[in-house]
Design a binder for this molecule. Structure first.
Ligand SMILES: Nc1ncnc2c1ncn2[C@@H]1O[C@H](COP(=O)(O)OP(=O)(O)O)[C@@H](O)[C@H]1O
Ligand SMILES: [Mg+2]
Length: 290
């Protein structure tokens, strides 16, 4: 399938009508790139903190000793570099485009690093967007990574669908927030993931509660949390709740989100890497010995 043929035919979940009978294209990686596990972070809607969760998970993996890359596949709303304080432009080396690196050591590729100015708007339609993600995946000299975390575009439209069909994913993490737990949205995302046979690792409920700074009581500023119930109803694991924490937005605005540490994030990652999930740590060293 040519890139220009993708996308517009694909609306919502399920197999796209009129798709190439050969199936989705299969993306490969640049010379010298070895990626252990690829995790995609997905949400039914924007604004639920998908990019923040992707960054926090990547940072926590890195803190535990893994080599981690973050592919910002949200081409029209890229926000990963800003949260990590990356402002430089990417360069090109002998094996491809060299991803930027955060001060903590996360490798990052994002549309923001390609655009002349961070504020420039990308108003491309689906096929071009999918093409850009393909290039980020295939033409980046990621080197050896234990994990590549992909921040998927929000929603269940053609772009995340095409990406999920083309990149070998080891697991998908669904992110939602209480006010958007209209179930239907999560269920739609879940259905799309299931239709592609990509394993859904579970659901994270972001902005779930606020801890009162004076008395420590947990209050729920939005609707009551139903994340666990919804995960059970969809028969996927509940990975945990992350608080609505002013420190997260403060650090994100300051470009230091990778410095955020919390037990809640650690617990979510413990669940992602749990005993029987497909994404347990697979250091590059071990894979080479195989
Ligand atoms: N748990 C949280 N606590 C506080 N602020 C958050 C939290 N999660 C996300 N944010 C902030 O909310 C805004 C939207 O989050 P973002 O990750 O960009 O959402 P999405 O990628 O789903 O559109 C950002 O300013 C981000 O820093
Ligand atoms: Mg985002």
């Amino acid at each position: 399938m040519k890139d220009s043929d993708e996308g517009d035919q694909m609306q919502g979940g399920g197999a796209p009508e009129g798709a190439c009978p050969a199936g989705p294209p299969s993306f490969s990686t640049a010379t010298g790139t070895k990626i252990g596990k690829t995790l995609a972070v997905m949400s039914g809607k924007g604004g639920v903190g998908k990019s923040a969760v992707a960054t926090l998970i990547a940072a926590e993996l890195h803190r535990r000793g893994s080599k981690v890359g973050v592919l910002d596949a949200d081409i029209t709303g890229p926000s990963i570099p800003r949260g990590l304080g990356i402002t430089g432009r990417i360069t090109v080396g002998p094996d491809g485009v060299i991803p930027a690196e955060s001060s903590g050591g996360l490798k990052v590729m994002s549309m923001n690093l390609v655009l002349p100015s961070e504020d420039d708007a990308v108003i491309w339609r689906g096929p071009l967007v999918s093409g850009a993600v393909k290039q980020f995946y295939e033409e980046c000299a990621w080197g050896e990574l234990d994990y590549l975390v992909i921040d998927l575009p929000p929603g269940t439209s053609d772009v995340p669908l095409t990406i999920m069909q083309s990149i070998p994913l080891d697991g998908i993490i669904l992110v939602t927030s209480p006010q958007q737990l209209a179930g239907v949205i999560v269920a739609k995302a879940r259905k799309m993931a299931a239709s592609l046979n990509a394993p859904v690792l579970g659901l994270v409920e972001n902005m779930s509660f606020v801890t009162c700074p004076s008395c420590g009581e947990k209050v729920t500023p939005f609707a009551e949390s139903h994340g666990e119930e919804i995960a059970v109803a969809m028969d996927i694991p509940f990975l945990g709740r992350l608080p609505l924490d002013p420190e997260i937005s403060r650090l994100a605005d300051a470009g230091k989100l990778e410095e955020y540490r919390s037990e809640a994030v650690a617990e979510v990652l413990d669940n992602v890497l749990g005993e029987d999930t497909p994404v347990r740590r697979a250091p590059v060293k071990e894979r080479k010995e195989k």
